[in-house]
Design a protein around this ligand. Structure first.
Ligand code: ADE
Length: 245
């Protein structure tokens, strides 16, 4: 998979691109990630990338010209392919695990990081979709682009080793529940014991307990997610009792 990141702060990406699972995938050539400085495409004498908004108001707006030129230059790098162009913005559709899975199906993503108060709307004529990482406003699209890069890369074949599975995790577990509690050795730590069922070796019982725990966690922290999960009558009663508390 190829991911190009268009930003005025390419240096922000160096640690993400050189460490951990992403870094290893890049080093192994499974994931090809390139950053491009939008400022390099600015035509004005002072290499400006922003200007005052027409109509007045606070803040600055990123210029269309450097972004258009940057996107066009990057597209030329693989002229036989068509990238999927994503603009990171708090006004975008919220990123979810299923959106991550959809994004991972593209062989080439361009992530455009906005800044200041916004981006000239004419840039949207080049953009395939606008994505937000949540209902809060960051100073720019760089951290959201890192979030997209990180979670999309987990779906690229070969990026995760066998020990870092995609299976049992929040949002995809049991059709959309949050993750159940996990424990590792020792079985007793500072007077706190691992639940007996996990030491029992009875996998049917362990699975039942994990699903129940996932339901409890989801009911407590994200009851909105329960609407999409198929639940037995016993599980519905369990949720009722949790929500009453
Ligand atoms: N830029 C600023 N805030 C953002 C957010 N929440 N998601 C995506 N891009 C952003």
């Amino acid at each position: 998979m190829r991911i190009d990141i268009l930003t005025i702060f390419p240096e922000m990406f160096s640690s993400v691109l050189s460490t951990s699972i992403c870094g290893k995938a890049i080093e192994r050539g499974i994931l090809n990630v390139y950053t491009h400085n939008i400022r390099d495409y600015a035509q004005s004498k002072h290499k400006n990338t922003d200007d005052y908004p027409f109509g007045g108001g606070a803040g600055m707006v990123m210029l269309a010209q450097p972004i258009f030129d940057c996107i066009e230059a990057v597209k030329q790098l693989e002229s036989d392919k068509t990238p999927h162009i994503v603009f990171l913005t708090p006004r975008g559709k919220t990123l979810t695990q299923s959106k991550v899975q959809d994004l991972a199906k593209h062989e080439w993503l361009i992530l455009l990081c906005g800044h200041y108060e916004g981006v000239d709307e004419r840039v949207m004529s080049l953009v395939d979709e606008e994505i937000s990482i949540g209902d809060y406003v960051l100073t720019g699209g760089e951290i959201p682009a890192m979030v997209v890069l990180d979670c999309v890369s987990r779906y690229v074949d070969g990026v995760l080793g066998s020990s870092e599975s995609l299976g049992d995790e929040s949002f995809t577990l049991f059709g959309g529940l949050l993750e159940y509690p996990q424990y590792t050795r020792p079985a007793e730590f500072r007077g706190m014991n691992v639940p007996d069922v996990l030491l029992s070796g009875n996998h049917a019982q362990i699975n039942k307990w994990r699903r129940q725990q996932a339901i409890i966690k989801t009911a407590e922290n994200r009851p909105d997610l329960l609407e999409k999960v198929q639940l037995s009558e016993e599980e519905k009663a369990l949720i009722e009792s949790i929500l009453k508390k």
